[in-house]
Unconditional design. Structure first.
Length: 145
């Protein structure tokens, strides 16, 4: 497969990943276990809404840069930063009493993994692979499609 075709695949994968991290959290969190949780303080709800809007705007920015400005590396890095934020929150959750599943919520599993762990693992692999491909021979990227 030619380099130009692979770049189009990379752009498609990064677009898909952006839609996943920009839209799925809002779908998953706009309910009574998260943003509408009566146990959350109003201040915590503002933080929850802020997080959802920020993710959606970063996804929009990534897609804009990818397709309107023909930037490829920066949208990949934005997505990897979002994914890294999840992993850092997960890894440090014992220090602040966090959990992947709300006590009022229903745990969703995909292939035996908690759904967030599954989704963010797939995103890390996809975006990491895209970054590896785009950085391995930078001289080829001078005239991207």
């Amino acid at each position: 497969m030619q380099h130009t075709q692979l770049v189009w695949i990379v752009k498609g994968v990064v677009t898909f990943a952006s839609l996943v991290y920009g839209v799925l959290p809002a779908i998953a969190d706009l309910n009574e276990t998260h943003l509408y949780n009566s146990g959350w303080s109003p201040h915590a709800r503002v933080h929850g809404a802020w997080f959802l809007f920020f993710g959606a705007f970063m996804a929009f920015l990534s897609v804009f840069l990818l397709w309107m400005r023909n930037e490829i590396i920066l949208p990949i890095l934005i997505g990897l930063c979002y994914v890294a934020g999840f992993w850092l929150a997960f890894i440090t959750s014992p220090f602040y009493g966090g959990a992947l599943v709300d006590t009022n919520g229903v745990e969703t599993r995909i292939l035996g993994l908690e759904s967030n762990v599954f989704v963010f693992s797939v995103l890390a692999i996809l975006l990491g692979g895209c970054l590896f491909y785009m950085l391995r021979r930078p001289e080829e990227h001078a005239d991207e499609p």
